[in-house]
Design a protein around this ligand. Structure first.
Ligand code: SAJ
Length: 425
């Protein structure tokens, strides 16, 4: 079958490669000319080595990058849906433009598939845009939605193994999309009753994770007041067969979990629980700094090493990074001496480092440089590299002994034997 993929970002490229590596003829279109040229030259820059190899294989034999959208049996839309900064609503500009492009090339019996994360109802709303082609979706051609659910860091594996939800605007559309994906996935393909349900399911999954993490973060605050260990508590609570609490951390980052719940709350006005979760999650960087200040007896004139500005462990993506939020919070505590009344904050010197993020910022320093002479270290991304650090090596570098492990990735007893005092959230 011929497939035209619209949008060649992380997900679009991965999806196009899934089709190409399974024998479909794939045309890939993106509005970014520089990206198109790079991809034609075989220059793939993902931050996951296995995904880079997967895409390279597809580009070498299967995907043709095109300068304009072309006719195809299936059009798959994988463009971004950012949040509009002013009204916090989903910005559907890219989706609408992609759909207009498709309307210009659509033929009878083709199928249009949206994969971008969108507010419920979006696929239906695109029907009139597509009807400008002179053909009617649901009558002359198919239209539906199937969300991408891959976990960044494990993209190739989840692309193939995750279950997939498919919802068309009518039964024929649903079946046509199932026909495309079913042979490519080892997970189960589920038929949703309609496109809106499929869109809703995607947001429900991410919002559920977001709220669950907020609950864990709230427990961290309560546990601190009770002077008990939050991770040990959650681990014991999860022994119950119907309790499954996630883990607290320095905040919720990435481009999905902190963003997607807005697609639900802005629509209904009945999503107060999501707003409460956001308040809790967004308070975490400040809480991390408060904890640090309490443990160190103040931050005045301290030298700190912040380990991890990726939004989570073992990825190189810094979007909505909790580590950077902690960094900004620490910087906001820095005041020049002339502004400081007795006992107030004064200069906090923070070095930031990351085992996976490379060259993105001028102020990133190597791990050793960050640790050298530090009074305390703060772990804000759960990279394996940090879990596997030799505590003796760290102790030799640091001036102080305090380590705030916001993600619970260090073996406290082992680090204690090296003379370091590891404390969790
Ligand atoms: N986090 C915690 N505690 C936890 C788990 C995560 O604080 O127990 C934090 C992470 O450190 C990170 C943030 O949450 O800052 C998000 O990380 P994540 O690994 O939970 O999720 P993402 O954003 O990388 O990917 C999510 C996934 N959604 C679900 O698991 C329901 C993925 O499957 C989706 O495809 C992706 O969003 C997406 O694109 O929507």
């Amino acid at each position: 079958m011929s497939v035209c993929v619209h949008g060649l970002g992380y997900i679009g490229l991965a999806t196009a490669s899934l089709f190409a590596n399974n024998g479909h003829g794939v045309k890939g279109y993106d509005t970014d000319t520089e990206l198109r040229n790079r991809l034609r030259a075989g220059d793939v820059r993902t931050t996951e080595p296995s995904l880079t190899r997967y895409v390279e294989r597809a580009l070498a034999d299967g995907i043709t990058v095109v300068d304009d959208p072309v006719p195809a049996d299936y059009h798959v839309v994988c463009v971004p849906t950012p949040i509009d900064e002013h009204d916090e609503e989903a910005d559907l500009t890219y989706v609408t433009q992609a759909v207009r492009n498709i309307a210009a090339v659509i033929r009878p019996d083709d199928v249009v598939v949206l994969e971008s994360t969108v507010p419920p109802g979006t696929t239906r709303q695109m029907a009139p845009v597509l009807a400008k082609s002179g053909y009617e979706p649901g009558i002359d051609f198919g239209l539906g939605y199937t969300p991408e659910t891959v976990l960044p860091g494990n993209t190739v594996d989840e692309l193939v193994t995750n279950d997939r939800i498919v919802g068309g605007i009518d039964t024929a559309s649903t079946e046509a999309i199932v026909d495309l994906f079913d042979p490519l996935t080892s997970g189960t393909v589920h038929r949703a009753p309609d496109a809106t349900t499929a869109e809703f399911v995607k947001l429900v999954q991410n919002a559920h994770r977001y709220v669950n993490i907020a609950y864990a973060n709230m427990l961290a605050l309560l546990a601190n007041e009770l002077d008990v260990d939050v991770r040990g508590t959650i681990s014991l609570a999860n022994r119950h067969p119907r309790v499954d609490i996630l883990s607290p951390g320095p905040g919720v980052g990435g481009h999905c979990l902190p963003v997607d719940p807005h697609f639900l709350s802005s629509q209904t006005g009945r999503a107060g629980l999501l707003e409460a979760a956001e308040e809790t999650n967004e308070r975490m960087p400040e809480y991390v700094v408060d904890r640090l200040a309490a443990e160190l007896g103040g931050l005045a004139d301290t030298s700190l090493a912040l380990l991890g500005i990726a939004y989570k462990g073992n990825v190189a993506d810094t979007r909505n990074s909790p580590g950077l939020a902690v960094f900004r919070e620490l910087q906001s505590q820095t005041h020049p001496p002339e502004q400081v009344a007795d006992g107030g904050w004064t200069a906090v010197d923070v070095d930031i480092t990351d085992a996976r993020v490379d060259g993105e910022r001028d102020d990133l320093v190597p791990l050793q440089a960050a640790l050298d002479g530090a009074d305390a270290a703060i772990i804000t991304a759960g990279h394996d590299r940090y879990t596997n650090l030799d505590p003796g090596w760290v102790a030799e570098r640091m001036a102080g002994t305090f380590v705030l492990d916001t993600l619970g990735i260090l073996d406290g007893e082992r680090w204690a034997r090296a003379g370091l005092d590891v404390v969790g959230l």
